[in-house]
Design a protein around this ligand. Sequence first.
Ligand code: GDP
Ligand code: IMO
Ligand code: MG
Length: 425
Amino acid sequence: MKKGRVDALLGIVFGDEGKGKVVDVFTPRYDVVARFAGGPNAGHTIIFEGKKFVLRSIPSGIFAEDKINIIGNGCVIAPDLFMAEAKELENAGYDLKSRLHISKRAHLILPTHRVLDRAYEAAKGKNKVGTTGKGIGPTYSEKASRTGLRVGDILENFMEKYNALKARHEQILRDLNFTEYDITEEEKAWLEGIEYMSTFPLTDTEVEINKYLREGKSILAEGAQGTMLDIDHGTYPFVSSSNTTSGGVCTGLGIGPNVIKEVYGIFKAYSTRVGAGPFPVELFDETGNTLRRIGNEYGAVTGRDRRCGWVDLVALKYAIMINGVTQLIMMKSDVLDTFDTIKACVAYKKNGEILEDMPFETEGCEAVYKEIPGWKCDLTKMTSEEEFPQAFKDYIKFLEDELETPITILSVGPDRAQTIERIKA
Ligand code: GDP
Ligand code: IMO
Ligand code: MG
């Protein structure tokens, strides 16, 4: 009998919704925080007490000193990047070793996976995905091809297995005629990272998580990326390579669906996308630039400009359906503080036809907008819902009516403290 529970917090658009911030805010309510998908393609920003951290592989629950954090089997991990990230936290005074557990079943990103990522992107010509270059696609492909290396492989005959896989990658790269690379330095840091990683508890996290559930503990599953970047449900082929949606919580942690209770869907009061692929709400005008500037929309991993546009209700409805979202969290409302009018995309138009449901292909879709009056005041200092201006309350109500899901948390600034709960979650 499982007495515990898992709640999931999932980005439901194109990533960068503010997952890191909310996971950090939620952590005190849970016993365990676990990442179930993705790897260092993620960049989760946490700001508190004048400090800022950007986490890539380590769960955002790491700042609460008494909580267990888990990198689950559905994740991919780059030992060199993991080491750099973990050392930064250790240098800042956080003890990780006893409470950051890594699944033996998580797959390792090799330096040559990163080269392959670049090589495959180069071969795509103008159809590039615009990946983060972290080797995510090649590593998950390798997992599916049943030729990958897993964290548990570190524990036995590792160098033999590593060299065999590296040689295979080098052969593929030669076949692709992609030979202009040098991983000497990277490999050194990577192997150091392997040593460093072995000082952490490398465990059967699936067994561990289910034991916690039997003991009545609560687990927060921290999503990475967003629904529209999910390998099955996103804007394929312009997606990442894992299941970022609620199904991924089960496969990526080794739990049954019946232990999942709340599914929090997190989105911004407007939309952004990094990398290539269709984005019907994208604004190429001054409004788009203003959203980028005020929202500080530059990639946390690659520093790239994020593409900006108005909120997309077609995508949100689809994501709520795919994930079984029970509560919504709206971030960065403060970014819209100065706009006279705000728009929301309520449908797509393609070849003269109005589409209210997510089509197979969003390329060529045009956004159909509804205009909403702006609130024209500073939300960033507000601490409760009662202080909200009527126009902002109306925007929230409009979204809730359209999405048929309550928005229970609103974020009005990047700091941990700038978070307003409407109904006790
Ligand atoms: P994640 O990948 O979903 O964790 O999100 P990112 O960290 O990549 O991007 C979210 C960005 O928005 C970060 O720079 C946060 O510090 C910032 N942020 C989060 N919530 C808010 C908010 O309510 N208002 C503003 N202005 N910034 C926010
Ligand atoms: P977080 O967790 C935003 C995008 C990349 C690219 C595509 C594939 O911070 O929300 P990949 O390197 O995964 O093969 O790239 O997915 N992408 C993200 N965009 N936020 C992320 O993570 C992302 N992780 C990957 O820009 O378009
Ligand atoms: Mg991010």
